[in-house]
Design a binder for this molecule. Structure first.
Ligand code: PLP
Length: 402
């Protein structure tokens, strides 16, 4: 075996998650006493709901620590359907509980893809879609919008059709709505048109709805049409990580889809994880059975408004509206060609992100993480103080560019 063969060649096709790398850099800065304003990592904070905490304690007190059903606890699968309002359309046999939404996606790719089958992605795909697809020997393809900036990187049914004409081996189209990283929201009509194209072409329409409760200004998540025509092709991915406070580390997600596919995914995970940890499934069950507490979403809406007020008029930055999620999306292409006070030229959004971190302690996620150079993503799932301090520091750094 050659040295170059010690690891699978597929690993050379992707890098470790950049958002985690940024977290490490910020921790190093903090350790050396420098200020850090962290808008980099996408997770909810605050305090865990006391009932949920108690459910965790109870799970251990009652010794719920033996193997569970590999597809997930049946009562949690039913609760997930009720949480999604899908209890009339589906039964527990359509649900697989997973170690986070990531594993639901990986199960799906492993269960559906043959080598080199294409997976069509929207135009600013979330950072882990491609590594997961490649690990399942699939072929990720970004669908780019023809309409340009006006649609804020949202694609249309026509964009999807155009790609399907040249990709006969496409097996699925994966849409994240609302969108991480751009914070944009596809409307009910836009979702329906994309879904219709998938049904016509007999490919899966995978809807990653992980942020579906986090809509602002009174708007709501547009549910996809679930009926006899769409059900064989529709797979929904969801989980605990974003819609509750401080729950990313529970590692609980789920998929809802056709029974044959769900059975195949459950069989797979019975071999490689035997299902997610039973105590955290019980915690998730408790959270799903309670009425949803909308206070986190209201708080995030306040943070969005604060960030956008404080960032108003920042030089060389165009900030998009954020109708949903907790991400503010910044077009920083006007910074390209500028020089920092130290004389370094900024050529990419990685350069802009590095400059903001070094000069101002402001951590962002640069466009390279989601295949769209020219943009930065800032998470406002943080404190008001961080937003105030971070925007003032970012302003000083951006004003210093020449
Ligand atoms: N899908 C999207 C769009 C995400 O943003 C994330 C996490 O950031 C995931 C899936 C994975 O979620 P989980 O942490 O539940 O595995």
């Amino acid at each position: 075996m050659q040295d170059s063969e010690r690891l699978s060649a597929k690993l050379s096709k992707f890098k470790p998650s950049l958002t985690l790398l940024l977290k490490r850099l910020a921790e190093m800065r903090r350790a050396s006493g420098l200020p850090v304003y962290d808008f980099g990592l996408g997770e909810t904070r605050g305090s865990l709901d006391p009932h949920v905490r108690e459910a965790g304690r109870r799970a251990f007190d009652e010794e719920h620590t033996m193997y569970g059903d590999p597809a997930g606890l049946p009562e949690l699968r039913s609760a997930a359907l009720r949480w999604l309002g899908l209890e009339r359309e589906y039964g527990p046999e359509n649900v697989v509980v997973t170690a986070g939404a990531k594993q639901a996606l990986f199960n799906l790719f492993l269960a559906v893809l043959n080598p080199s089958d294409a997976v069509l992605l929207d135009s600013a795909p979330w950072v882990s879609y491609q590594p997961l697809i490649i690990s399942a020997y699939g072929f990720p393809v970004m669908v780019l919008p023809l309409a340009g900036d006006r649609r804020r990187l949202k694609i249309t049914a026509e964009d999807l059709r155009r790609n399907l004409r040249v990709r006969p081996h496409a097996k699925m189209f994966l849409l994240n709505n609302p969108v991480n990283p751009t914070g944009q929201a596809y409307s009910a009509e836009e979702v329906e048109e994309l879904l219709r194209v998938c049904v016509e072409h007999r490919i899966y329409f995978v809807l990653d709805r992980l942020y579906w409760r986090i809509y602002f200004d009174g708007a709501r998540f547009p549910e996809p049409r679930v009926d006899a025509e769409t059900k064989p092709w529709l797979v929904q991915i969801d989980g605990m990580s974003k819609n509750f406070r401080r729950t990313g580390g529970l590692r609980i997600g789920w998929s809802v889809g056709p029974a044959d596919l769900s059975q195949a995914m459950a069989n797979l995970q019975s071999h490689y994880t035997a299902g997610p940890a039973v105590p955290t499934q019980r915690v998730a069950l408790d959270a799903l059975l309670r009425p949803y507490d909308g206070s986190m979403v209201r708080e995030l809406e306040g943070h969005r408004d604060l960030l956008h007020r404080r960032a108003e008029g920042l030089p060389r930055v165009a900030i998009w509206e954020t109708p949903a999620t907790f991400y503010s999306f910044w077009d920083v292409r006007a910074c390209f060609g500028c020089r920092t006070p130290a004389g370094r030229a900024l050529e990419t959004s990685d350069d802009v992100a590095a400059y903001l971190l070094e000069e101002a302690g402001v951590v962002t996620a640069p466009g390279s993480a989601f295949m769209q150079d020219g943009f930065l993503r800032l998470s406002f799932s943080t404190t008001a103080d961080q937003i105030e301090g971070g925007m003032a520091a970012a302003r000083r750094a951006l004003e210093a560019l020449r």
